[in-house]
Every structure is written in structure tokens, then in C-alpha cells.
Design a protein around this ligand. Structure first.
Ligand code: ADP
Length: 573
């Protein structure tokens, strides 16, 4: 047996130990040449490895994990094609401003450029989507690059980073004592280096101006983005809303930062709120397509924006009336403190508050009138109401809702209720489809106390449906509800002049096999499957699966003509 003095550590084990030493607790990925050992070594060092069936889903898992835990989600891929599949998660994380570190093995350095197995210039491939893309050229580089890339992923605007470890580096060895020393040195360097606290330019001046604007506003609004959810600013924002009586509007993943059930929620009066507000305090949300670029006709041309964002470039881009660069939680605490010295509050009878609450109430009543009907064959509303009620009946801690699809996500956003922060995960800034099952695994790891409920369009589900096997393998408390309307947007919507030519008898580009047995996919792996077509069947499937907290797929048959083409995005199609 080798004595301790001769024991060695290879690059795979060193990477696994460095990740563990840096605080990584979960890693998502697909193994194969040359990273299989890295996954096992990392697991042995305390980093749980969640093995997926496709890197794309693993990448979406890592991205969502970054959002839910405010620490980078780890994605492990093989070289070449595995790295290319991983780009989906890397780019999705960066697009959503979520921290992620993608680690890929790559071909041996000596064989690069000679057509090696799965050879790719992975630094060049990942660079456009990464805040930092670095390669370990020798084993001793690994720990410091792990720490550096993890820090870069969370600094400033969070995003994806990439670490390349060539196969020869994974196979190099170091004596045990040296391995421990390089990890300790990397940890010490990282602890000593400036953790680059978010820039806070002219903070006091910005806070004063912001509070002054809010105080003098006739129709103020607080807009809550997923950056505020990521920053864990919920307490501070809730306090601001409660103290000032200003109505608030969350973006889709900002939902729950202040409970949807709060009386000052402007969600159901969204159009009125953004068209008429004169001052909008936007916290951790970009004025991009999701917020109509902050421009008329959706917004008033005279609206004054106060933008709070950790990213200075974002503020320079949007040129708000007041821009505050800083962490959302910290900035909101300072705003509250500034208000405390000279408080103000809009009464519930204030004309603006009254206009919003009345409009919201009217719209809720209109929607409820639709929701109470039991429409069979199912439209989108009836099953969503039943799902909403089942989720609400779970109480606290609320389930994490994963939502994707066209109509399923659009209608679901209005119907499903978020009363706790970071309990909604959806297609996000890019409108990415196929994120759902990866998100489910991430949610189960990040919040093991919560049930995970995915409400998926059949098209969205199909992108990553094979990951139901992953749910079963790890026995995760995930209930996947598939809205099965036979295709993308549902039934064939082509106009007669589109159904001509030599392939006119082919299925429509939007069509799938009708009444597909998605629930049987789950049963094939030993999970529980349900096929439901009526309210009673759906209620009983939800009751049983929520209680069991075991992997389940509920295949809900929806009228193929119930939804709209492109959901609510027809204007972009
Ligand atoms: P949404 O989709 O909810 O509108 P976006 O993804 O467009 O949100 O915007 C999120 C914003 O939050 C990004 O501009 C990002 O820079 C910012 N952000 C990220 N972390 C923080 C933080 N800790 N404090 C403030 N802003 C943050």
C-alpha cells in the first residue's frame, strides 16, 4: 500500500476537491470522455453530481440553481459536442443574469489542431456567452481558476463563466501534500482578493433624488424584476410598499417578492399601471421587450424612471431620470431609511391607488368568472384553476412552480399565484423553451423542503422529456403537468394557401401525434403517470401526486383549438 508521502492526486480529483473547497454543493451534467472521473471525484469530495440525459437540460438546471441559491450553478460537460450542447445553459444563464460555471473537458493539448477526438476550440466557442472563459494548461492551475471563475460568475451582473480542462491536465498528478497546498493557496487568494462589492456610484445623491421623486409623484409605481428576487430584496421592497402605499408590478419571475395576494398588487391592472404611472421605481429589471422598452404607447412619454441595477452599463443604456448602481437589497434598505426620516404614504383612497385597485379587482372578477366554469374538453383556464387551487392548498413553504409553453405559460402567469419569492421559474429573458425539466431538478436540489410543480406545454415538455428518467433516478418530489393540445400552439392553424405543394399531406409544422401518451413515458421508468380529461380526474391526480411527493407526469388533454397561435406573442410571429 502506498504511503502518504507518495500518494498523488490527479486533475479530476483536484478539480472536484477545489469545487468542494469553494463551497459548491451540487453539479449538473453529463459524463463521458474525459470527465467521468471528475464527476465521481467531485461527489466523493462532497459535491452532489446530478447526472442528466442531455447537457442542454443540465445547463438549464445549473442556470436556475444560480438564480435560486445566489451562488453559481455548476454544469459539467464532455468535450466538443457536449460543450456545444452546454452552450444552451451557459447562454441562457448569461441572458437571464444568473450565475453559472460551466466546466468542460477538452482534447489533449498536444493533439489540438490535428483532428483529435471531439476536438473544438472551446474557449472561442464559449467566449460570446461567458463573462470569463479560461483554460487550465497545467494541473496546478485548476484550483485558482475554479475560485476565479466562481467569483466572476457572481460579481457585478451575474452570468455564465467557463473553465476548460484538457484531458491531459485531468490526467496529470500532484503529490497529495502539494494538492492540498494549491487548493489552500487558491482559497486564501480568493478570500484576500477584493470581492468587488457592487459599484455604488453617487449612492447618497441617487437615494435622495429617488425618494424626492417618489414623494412628489402623483402616480408612482414599483416594478419588481427577477434581479430583485435574486438579490433577496423581498423584505426591503415589501416594507417600502407597506410604508408608502405605492402599488407594485412584478415581472414574471419577480412575482412573489411581494405576495401576489397583497392588496397593492397591480398585476391585474398592468396596462393601466404602466400607461399612467408618472414615476416608476424599477428594481432589478431591464427595460427590455418584457417591459416594452419603457416607451410609449405602453408607457407614458413623460414617465420618470428610477432604475436600481447592479450593472452600471444597464443604467447607461436606459438613461433613466435617476439611476442607482448597487445591490437591490442594499439600495432598497437605504431608500427605506431615507423615507423613515420624513415618511409619506398614499392612502387607499388616493385616486391613483383607487384606480389601480379598482381596475385590478374588476379584471380579477372577470377572470374568475371564466375560471369558475368547468369547460370540458379542457380549455387552458379550467385546468389552471384546479392546479392553482391545489398549489395554494399546499400552504407554506409554497411549491416552486416551473412554467413554460406558449399559451400554457401565458395563461398560467395570470392564473397561478406566487406568494413567496423565487417560487416561479419560466422561459425567462430569452423565452427559452425546453428549460422545464432541468429547472425541476435544480429546484428540488436548491429547495428540498418544497414540492416542485411544472406546468408545461406539450411542445416545451418535449424538448427535455427524457429527463423524466432523471427525476425517477433521484426520486425527486416533482409533479410535471403536461398540457397536451397535440402540438405547438395546438391544432393546425394554417391558412388554405399554406396547405399546397408537394408536401401538403405532411403533418403541419406545429402538429404532434394526437393524444400522445406522455404519462406513459414516466411509467416506463417506474414513476407515476396519469391521463386526465375531466376536472375530477385532474383533482384526484393532483391530490395523490402532491401527497406522494414522487416523480409524476399528469397528461392533461386540452382542446387543440383552445389556445391562440404564438400565445400572447402573435405580433412577433
Ligand atoms: P426581468 O426579466 O424580471 O424583467 P431582467 O433579467 O430583465 O429582469 O433584469 C434583471 C436585472 O437585475 C439585470 O439588469 C441585472 O443586472 C440586475 N441584477 C442582478 N443582480 C442584482 C442585484 N443583486 N441587485 C440589483 N440588480 C441586480
Amino acid at each position: 500500500m502506498a504511503s502518504n508521502s507518495t500518494a498523488t492526486v490527479d486533475g479530476s480529483a483536484l478539480a472536484g476537491r477545489a469545487l468542494a473547497a469553494a463551497g459548491v454543493r451540487h453539479m449538473f451534467g453529463v459524463v463521458g470522455i474525459p470527465v467521468t472521473s471528475l464527476a465521481s471525484r467531485a461527489a466523493a469530495a462532497g459535491v452532489r453530481f446530478l447526472a442528466f440525459r442531455n447537457e442542454q437540460s443540465a445547463g438549464y438546471a445549473a442556470a436556475a440553481y444560480g438564480f435560486l441559491t445566489d451562488s453559481p450553478g455548476l454544469l459539467l460537460t464532455v468535450s466538443g459536442p457536449g460543450c456545444v450542447h452546454g452552450l444552451a445553459g451557459l447562454s441562457h444563464a448569461t441572458a437571464n443574469a444568473w450565475p453559472l460555471l460551466m466546466v468542460s473537458g477538452s482534447c489533449a493539448q498536444a493533439d489540438a489542431g490535428r483532428g483529435d477526438f471531439q476536438e473544438l476550440d472551446q474557449i472561442a466557442a464559449t467566449k460570446p456567452f461567458a463573462k470569463l472563459a479560461v483554460k487550465a494548461t497545467t494541473i496546478a492551475d485548476i484550483p485558482s481558476l475554479v475560485f476565479q471563475a466562481l467569483a466572476a460568475a457572481v460579481s457585478g451582473r451575474p452570468g455564465g463563466c467557463y473553465l476548460d480542462i484538457p484531458s491531459d491536465v485531468l490526467h496529470q498528478t500532484l503529490p497529495e501534500s502539494e494538492a492540498a497546498a494549491v487548493i489552500a493557496a487558491a482559497a486564501a487568494d480568493s478570500a484576500a482578493s477584493d470581492p468587488s462589492p457592487p459599484k455604488q456610484k453617487n449612492l447618497d445623491e441617487g437615494i435622495e433624488k429617488a425618494v424626492d421623486l417618489l414623494r412628489r409623484a402623483e402616480r408612482p409605481l414599483v416594478v419588481i424584476g427577477k434581479g430583485a428576487a435574486y438579490a433577496r430584496a423581498e423584505e426591503a421592497i415589501r416594507k417600502l410598499v407597506d410604508i408608502t402605499g405605492i402599488p407594485f408590478l412584478p415581472t414574471p419571475m419577480g412575482k412573489g417578492v411581494v405576495p401576489d395576494a397583497h392588496p397593492l398588487s397591480a398585476t391585474a391592472a398592468r396596462s393601466l399601471a404602466i400607461r399612467q404611472c408618472d414615476v416608476a421605481l424599477v428594481v432589478g429589471a431591464r427595460l427590455n421587450w418584457l417591459l416594452h422598452f419603457g416607451e410609449p404607447p405602453k408607457w407614458s412619454k413623460d414617465v420618470k424612471f428610477i432604475l436600481v441595477d447592479v450593472c452600471e452599463e444597464e443604467i447607461e443604456l436606459r438613461k433613466p431620470h435617476v439611476g442607482i448602481v448597487g445591490d437591490a437589497k442594499r439600495v432598497m434598505e437605504l431608500i427605506n431609511r431615507e423615507i423613515k426620516d420624513n415618511p409619506f404614504c398614499l392612502a387607499r383612497s388616493h385616486p391613483w391607488v383607487e384606480a389601480i385597485t379598482k381596475k385590478a379587482k374588476d379584471n380579477v372578477l372577470k377572470m374568475e368568472a371564466q375560471l369558475v366554469k368547468d369547460v370540458v374538453p379542457f380549455n387552458f383556464m379550467t385546468p389552471l384553476r384546479i392546479i392553482r387551487d391545489a398549489i395554494l392548498a399546499e400552504g407554506t413553504p409554497a411549491p416552486i412552480v416551473v412554467s413554460e409553453g406558449a399559451n400554457t405559460m401565458d395563461v398560467g402567469r395570470a392564473v397561478l399565484v406566487q406568494n413567496e419569492p423565487r417560487t416561479r421559474l419560466d422561459a425567462g429573458t430569452w423565452g427559452t423553451m425546453g428549460v422545464g425539466l432541468g429547472y425541476c431538478v435544480a429546484a428540488a436540489m436548491a429547495a428540498p423542503e418544497r414540492l416542485v410543480v411544472a406546468v408545461e406545454g406539450d411542445s416545451a415538455f418535449g424538448f427535455s422529456a427524457m429527463e423524466v428518467e432523471t427525476l425517477v433516478r433521484y426520486q425527486l418530489p416533482v409533479v410535471v403537468i403536461v398540457f397536451n393540445n397535440n402540438g405547438v400552439y395546438g391544432g393546425d392553424r394554417r391558412s388554405p394557401d399554406e396547405i399546397t405543394g408537394p408536401y401538403k399531406y405532411d403533418p403541419a409544422p406545429t402538429s404532434f401525434v394526437p393524444a400522445a401518451g406522455y404519462h406513459k413515458m414516466m411509467e416506463a421508468f417506474g414513476g407515476k403517470g396519469y391521463l386526465v380529461e375531466t376536472p375530477d380526474e385532474l383533482k384526484s391526480a393532483l391530490l395523490e401526486s402532491f401527497r406522494a411527493r414522487k416523480p409524476s407526469v399528469i397528461n392533461v388533454i386540452i382542446d387543440p383549438y383552445a389556445g391562440a397561435e404564438s400565445g400572447r406573442m402573435q405580433h412577433k410571429n
